[in-house]
Write a protein that binds this ligand. Sequence first.
Ligand SMILES: [Zn+2]
Length: 274
Amino acid sequence: MNSFYCDVHTHVTHERFRDDQKQVIARAIDLGLGAIVTNGLNPASNREILELSASIPQIKPALGIYPTDAINQILPEDYPYRIDHFDVDAEIAFIRQCAAQKKIIAVGECGLDGYLVGPETFPLQEKVFEALIGIAIEHDLPVIVHSRKREVRCAEILASLGAKKVDFHCFGGKSKHAQKWAEEHGWYFSIPANARVSESFKKMLSSLPPDFILTETDAPYMGPVRGERNEPANVIGTVAYLAELRGWHEEDAKKTVWSNYLKLFGEFNNSKST
Ligand SMILES: [Zn+2]
């Protein structure tokens, strides 16, 4: 089997890629990435991702609603980041329709955030998260989960709804929880490109059951060099680090992660038109 690298959580439609998006993607493909799972956050990025994936087979579209976008109607006026107002129920319906038409490889990014916003927003965040998990389960798709400071609650909701195909992205919770959930639920954890400078990601790379490890970038964020723009090709460094930590040949680490990717996401052919 030919193996490739994968970035299962990235945002190449982000404005920081506006000037060189095609070059960034071409570089990743040239270096051996077989899948660049590009995650949507809101109506604008969801539609851009569908369009981009129609012309580049390696760009795999995941559509979602970011936790703070999910509460755009109740965000305080002085919320420091720009979030467009939109009809969340209409976007959920759009994602459901795309799932039914087999246009997407996964549902995400979605989940819960307790870092950027407070508990008064949790009920609405959970309602949207549950609706998106429901779509994933109904259409047998993986769900890509943002769980910042709400890791245990995310797990409770996923388990109660019976979600089996799950990837926790940039998991910031306790590594013993990650270990337990991988073993008990068969959930996956994608490790970002800054693992070499993060004790907790290093620990996850060395201790998680190898069958549940994936690689991601969350580009343009979470780069290996603090402050520098991240890009999908940087997953290669994480695979090398995984090999180093486990005493494996790099090729074997690459094969393991690629076969994990195929187990969770399956073979997926992009729609030719949107
Ligand atoms: Zn993200």
